[in-house]
Design a protein around this ligand. Structure first.
Ligand code: 1DF
Ligand code: MN
Length: 355
C-alpha cells in the first residue's frame, strides 16, 4: 500500500524534543472551487492541469486521500499528526496557491486564505503555525498583505510557490516583495510549483515533472536566479527557506561557485554580473533548508555540515509524503541530541517565530 494507515502504523517513541514539521500543505475548499473553474476553462496551464487536475479528479487512493487531508485543519489532520508524533505543523497554502489566478482574484484570495489559516491557528494554537500566501502578480498588494499578516494575523513567514506564470522573483519588478519581507522580518519559503511552459514537456513526457525531480530542478533554478541576480546584495537582511534538502543546491555549491566566477570573469553573459560574495555564501547566510521529502541521514548530515546545524529544519511535506516511519528514521539518526533538537524544534521556533 502506498499510504501508511495511521491506525496501524507504530507511533514513533516520545522524544526529548518537539517535532515541528515546517512544509505542511492545506487547501481551503474555496480555493478548490476557483481551481475547478480554471480547469474547466480548458486553456489552463499544462503544468497546473497536470498537477491539480490530477489530484482533484483522479480516482486513485493517493489522490483521494490527499484531497481529504488538504481540506482538513481539525480532527483528521490532528489524528495524523498524533499518529506520526508531530507536535506542530507550519502550514502553507498548497502549491500553486494563488499564483495561477488572475491578479485581482489572487490578491483577494490570498487575504481569504490567510484569514482561513489564522482561524485554524486560533482553534489549535499549540498545533499550528503558518506562512502567509501572497500574490506576486501584484507586488504592492503582496507587500501590503505581508504587513497585514504580521500585524493583524500574527503570522511571521511567507510562502511563494516558485515561478508565477513563468516569471521569476529575480526580476526587479517583484523586489517590492523582498523589501517588505526584509522590513517585516518574514522569511520567504520558496516552495515548488508545477513546471512552467517551456520546461514542462521534456519532464512530463517521461513522468519526471513532479515532486520526483522536476519540482526540485525548477525551484533550485529559481533560488539560484535570486542569488545570481544580486538580490541579497540589495536586501542584506532578507532570509529565505527552501525545502527538499535545499533542492540539491548544497551538493552543487562547489561547482556553482567555480563556474560563476569563471562566467563573470569572461563576461560571457550580460545577465551574469559580479556579486559581493560567492553564490554559496548567500546560500549559507541567507537560506534555511528543510529536509521535506528526504528522510535520509547522510543527506541531513551533509546539509548540516555545509549550512551549519542552526540552518537545517525538519519538514514532512504532509499530506504529499505522509510517511510515519520516516519520523522514526530521523529520530534514530546518529547525531548529538543538541543538533537533533535544533533540527526538529528550535530552528523552526526561531525561523517561524513560534513561542
Ligand atoms: C507534491 C509534492 C505536490 C509537493 C505538492 O503540492 C507539493 C506531489 C501540490 O507529490 O505531487 O507541495 N512537495 O512539496 O514535494
Ligand atoms: Mn511541499
Amino acid at each position: 500500500m502506498l499510504l501508511p494507515d495511521p491506525a496501524s502504523t507504530r507511533r514513533p517513541a516520545p522524544a526529548p524534543y518537539k517535532r515541528i514539521a515546517t512544509e505542511e500543505a492545506f487547501a481551503p475548499p474555496a480555493m478548490l472551487d476557483i481551481y475547478r473553474r480554471l480547469l474547466e476553462r480548458g486553456d489552463a496551464d499544462a503544468g497546473f492541469r497536470g498537477l491539480m487536475g490530477f489530484y482533484m479528479t483522479s480516482p486513485s487512493e493517493r489522490a483521494r486521500h490527499i484531497m481529504r487531508c488538504l481540506t482538513d485543519l481539525d480532527a483528521l489532520r490532528l489524528a495524523h499528526m498524533d499518529a506520526a508524533g508531530i507536535d506542530m505543523q507550519v502550514l502553507a497554502l498548497t502549491s500553486p496557491g494563488v499564483q495561477v489566478m488572475d491578479s485581482a482574484t489572487a490578491v483577494s484570495f490570498a487575504r481569504e486564505a490567510n484569514d482561513f489559516l489564522a482561524d485554524a491557528i486560533r482553534r489549535h494554537p499549540t498545533r499550528f503555525a503558518g506562512m502567509l500566501a501572497v500574490a506576486p502578480q501584484d507586488p504592492a498588494a503582496a507587500a501590503k498583505e505581508i504587513e497585514r499578516g504580521v500585524n493583524r494575523l500574527g503570522i511571521h513567514a511567507v510562502v511563494i510557490n516558485s515561478h508565477t506564470q513563468g516569471e521569476y522573483l529575480s526580476d526587479p519588478k517583484f523586489w517590492e516583495i523582498f523589501e517588505a519581507a526584509q522590513a517585516y522580518d518574514t522569511p520567504i519559503y520558496l516552495h515548488p510549483n508545477a513546471l512552467p511552459k517551456g520546461m514542462y514537456e521534456p519532464f512530463y513526457e517521461c513522468g519526471l515533472d513532479g515532486a520526483i525531480y522536476g519540482f526540485g530542478v525548477e525551484t533550485g533554478l529559481h533560488a539560484l536566479r535570486i542569488i545570481t541576480a544580486g538580490v541579497f546584495d540589495r536586501f542584506p537582511k532578507l532570509r529565505m527557506v527552501i525545502g527538499h534538502m535545499g533542492e540539491a543546491l548544497p551538493f552543487w555549491a562547489y561547482r556553482i561557485d567555480y563556474m560563476h566566477r569563471a562566467t563573470v570573469a569572461s563576461q560571457r553573459y550580460a545577465s551574469v554580473k559580479p556579486l559581493q560574495r560567492r553564490p554559496s555564501e548567500y546560500l549559507r547566510e541567507h537560506f534555511y533548508i528543510t529536509n521535506s521529502g528526504v528522510a535520509w541521514e547522510p543527506a541531513v548530515k551533509f546539509t548540516q555540515d555545509f549550512m551549519g546545524s542552526d540552518r537545517v529544519l525538519y519538514a514532512m511535506d504532509y499530506p504529499y509524503q505522509y510517511a510515519v516511519d520516516e519520523v522514526g528514521f530521523l529520530d534514530a539518526m546518529d547525531m548529538p541530541l543538541a543538533d537533533k533538537t535544533r533540527f526538529f524544534q528550535t530552528n523552526a521556533q526561531a525561523v517561524f517565530k513560534i513561542a
